[in-house]
Design a protein around this ligand. Structure first.
Ligand code: SF4
Length: 513
């Protein structure tokens, strides 16, 4: 059992800190396709740096280490209860060591268990098979992309694409629509797993199962092979791009599976995964618990530290952006001078705030003076050393749209001038930015190591009763880069990209299959 514990711990750490080779190649290819100096190229540079740093520091690629989901196949006679127990111990140990963020909360009270264990967490699914080894696969899929999963019940009407019927062409439309609706919010460019058929739950299971396939495999079903190729070729024409900033690459992989269904139901389920495609797998010796082999080792690796040759920017409005330095407290005048597309470098203080903090601030005073300050939508991975000092292990942005009901009111109430997050916010916040003189800054989603490196010190923490990811951390940063995607003049890059991608989506309305 000790060896099995070691093997499972290694699997968790490797999955959290290192992208598998096929995903690395896909991200690298995306980098080659972008034009030099664009926002997409800048984002992919940051992502590349982040991948290197996570690997070198053996730290989480993204601070959201998701819901650990294990898929295990065992030979007949293997004790599954023992494996389950060992996995739970390995997950708790990896959490204690800062390789996973404590992510398991009570659904009713919101209380964080602190060790990633809880009812149904981690997810562990077993299957028996007739091979003589144990196969364990693990995926760490974060909330930002999980929230962009979507399920279609055919026939249906789709924005931009019209009617999707109960046939291959209807499925084609659903898949294209799933990429469109995700925009940049699931930290695009992304990977999708599609499940055709089943019921609502088995359809989603099948979709998620596809994410374990190797990106270079060839679908044995000829219709699905053609559909996968079609989607890869055409989804990238939507122009959503990395982080939804616009660009050449929106989708990095598409794998489609099919199962039977009952005549009355026809589901197409899509599991969307961000660029931080953390899934690994091992073959285990049932007698010793040792790792026999790692999965996803096929093909060449890529060197992210090597400078790539990119063509010069040719797209109007997507060329080299203006760069501005900001340090809190920020004045209204400084904010009003910022425009969508500017790249901002932040030095000095910022405060983290996620769902619990925003909810709290609606009804309470702030524990610190937030006038002119910056709020960072971030749930970091933190570790306390023996002297009681906190260290940031991972600190990328979290999905901002969850704060839409509160954000504008809170900015006005406390005089906050800037919020940083990812994926953009809605019309209520945009209006408040205009009225109050505020700005929304989009950081690069998933770049948890890159941003952790920008944090020079943790100067304090408030509201720890909400747990580590939700507490208000006082951070001192240097060289923290983000892009203005919503300004105080009513402009929103997110709205613009959504509008143009909807127009592009409409060109795929005609029947193809
Ligand atoms: S890269 Fe983005 S979507 Fe993926 S886990 Fe991290 S924050 Fe969530």
């Amino acid at each position: 059992m000790e060896k099995l514990f070691e093997s499972m711990y290694q699997l968790v750490v490797e999955t959290s800190t290192k992208l598998p080779k096929d995903a690395r190649r896909a991200v690298y290819q995306a980098k080659l396709r972008e034009n030099a100096g664009t926002r997409a190229a800048m984002s992919l540079d940051t992502i590349s740096q982040n991948i290197i740093m996570a690997e070198e520091n053996i730290s989480p690629i993204c601070q959201d280490t998701g819901l650990p989901t294990f898929k295990i196949k065992t030979p007949v006679g293997v004790n599954q209860l023992e494996i389950k127990e060992v996995i739970r111990k390995a997950v708790a140990e990896a959490t204690k060591n800062g390789k996973l963020r404590p992510n398991s909360v009570d659904s009713l009270t919101g209380a964080n268990s602190g060790d990633n264990l809880g009812d149904g967490v981690p997810v562990i699914k077993f299957e028996q098979w007739d091979k003589d080894y144990i196969d364990v696969r693990l995926i760490l899929k974060g909330g930002g992309c999980e929230n962009k999963n979507i399920q279609y019940s055919l026939p249906c009407e789709l924005e931009g694409l019209g009617r999707a019927g109960r046939d291959l062409d209807g499925i084609r439309k659903c898949i294209l629509h799933s990429v469109y609706q995700a925009q940049g919010q699931g930290c695009s460019a992304g990977f999708i797993g599609v499940g055709i058929g089943g019921d609502r739950s088995s359809g989603y299971d099948l979709a998620k199962e596809q994410l374990f396939r190797n990106l270079d495999d060839v679908n044995p079903n000829e219709d699905l092979r053609k559909l996968e190729e079609y989607i890869m070729e055409n989804a990238n024409k939507l122009g959503i791009g990395t982080m939804g900033f616009g660009g050449e690459t929106t989708l990095l992989g598409c794998k489609i599976g099919v199962m039977h269904r009952i005549p009355a139901s026809f589901y197409v389920s899509v599991a969307y995964n961000c660029w931080a495609f953390r899934r690994q797998g091992v073959k285990i010796d049932p007698a010793t618990g040792a790792i026999l082999e790692w999965h996803y080792q096929e093909g060449d690796d890529v060197d992210f530290s090597k400078k790539v040759e990119q063509a010069p920017a040719a797209v109007e409005g997507n060329d080299s952006p203006r760069e501005v330095v900001l340090e809190a407290p920020i004045t209204e005048e400084q904010i009003r001078s910022l425009k969508v597309g500017d790249v901002v470098t932040i030095n000095g203080r910022m405060y983290t705030g996620r769902d619990a903090i925003h909810h709290y601030l609606m009804e309470h005073d702030a524990p610190v003076d937030l006038n002119g300050q910056i709020i960072y939508h971030c749930g970091p991975v933190m570790l306390k050393d023996e002297e009681g000092k906190w260290h940031v292990k991972a600190a990328g942005p979290t999905t901002s749209i969850r704060e839409e009901p509160y954000q504008g009111d809170i900015m006005k109430k406390f005089g906050i001038r800037a919020v940083i997050g990812k994926g953009g916010m809605g019309p209520k916040t945009l209006k408040a930015l205009q009225e109050h003189g505020g700005v929304y800054l989009n950081a690069i989603g998933g770049a948890a190591q890159y941003y952790a490196d920008c944090i020079e010190a943790v100067d304090g923490v408030d509201l720890m009763q909400f747990g580590i990811p939700e507490a208000m951390w006082h951070l001192r940063v240097k060289g923290f880069k983000a892009v203005v995607t919503m300004d105080s003049h009513g402009n929103s890059l997110h709205q613009d990209v959504e509008k143009s991608s909807l127009e592009k989506l409409a060109q795929f309305k005609e029947r193809v299959f």
